[in-house]
Ligand binder design. Sequence first.
Ligand SMILES: *[C@@H]1O[C@H](CO)[C@@H](O)[C@H](O)[C@H]1NC(C)=O
Ligand SMILES: *[C@@H]1O[C@H](CO)[C@@H](O)[C@H](O)[C@H]1NC(C)=O
Ligand SMILES: *[C@@H]1O[C@H](CO)[C@@H](O)[C@H](O)[C@H]1NC(C)=O
Length: 262
Amino acid sequence: MLHSIFFCFWCLAGVFGDDAVKSVSVMEGDSVTLNSDTELQADDVIQWRFGSENSPIATINRGTGIISTHDGADGRFRDRLELDHQTGSLTITNTRTTDSGLYQIRAKIIYRFSVAVYARLPVPVISNNSSSSSSSSSSCSLVCSVVNVSHVTLSWYKGNSLLSNISVSDLSISLSLPLEIECLDDSYSCVVAYSFSNLTTHLNNTELCQPCSECIHCCGSTEAVIRLALSALVGVATVAVLVYDIRSRKEEQQMRSNSHAD
Ligand SMILES: *[C@@H]1O[C@H](CO)[C@@H](O)[C@H](O)[C@H]1NC(C)=O
Ligand SMILES: *[C@@H]1O[C@H](CO)[C@@H](O)[C@H](O)[C@H]1NC(C)=O
Ligand SMILES: *[C@@H]1O[C@H](CO)[C@@H](O)[C@H](O)[C@H]1NC(C)=O
């Protein structure tokens, strides 16, 4: 009695527990493969089901040799399902956001996949932030924007280091992120990213910013500090040499006058 209760508890946990659901994310238009993680045996029967109505979309019966895919209740999967005959893994090609949902493979055990199909990422657009108040003549104010996005992070990078970022969760909105730089070198980029995929725009538009190589008057603040420190160092060294020179001359004169006195 106790045994069967325990058995049932585990079997329910196995079938309905959260750990039995694997999350898969994919971008609209890309393919996604749901791995059965098995090698089918001679007389195995497996079936894939989709959605809240649990409608069958693919079946393999190794005993009878029957392999079939269905278009789904509304025909949404027409020509877009591929079934691996050896493993039973299911590939959905040319995914659409409406393919999002729960997929279930019924074999000896039941696995579930929570598939999320995200809209394609828009290319980040870098433009002039003319509304910026802090734009002096030597620096440039930029803004990177993406329109109608959700679940993304928009970031400015210099090389591999993150300068700033902004995130949006489930709301579909437009995002923009300002950046203030002295001059243009080819290391700046703006990246829009899902957790599993991203798109990058490199800052290379010389109409927005003066290239650093042509930039004589607008040296960066670090460079200015280094120059200041160097000139200070040279100044101190000059004074030290002068003082030393004067002292040794004085000593020489003293020695001379001493030797005259002898
Ligand atoms: C332009 O720059 C200002 C100041 O840096 C900032 O507050 C503003 O949000 C920027 N505009 C856009 C569209 O990001
Ligand atoms: C962009 O995607 C690549 C490859 O998937 C990854 O290596 C990189 O870390 C991602 N970058 C960001 C900012 O998410
Ligand atoms: C910037 O780079 C892109 C490709 O990364 C290229 O298509 C575009 O022509 C470049 N623009 C300039 C101004 O160099």
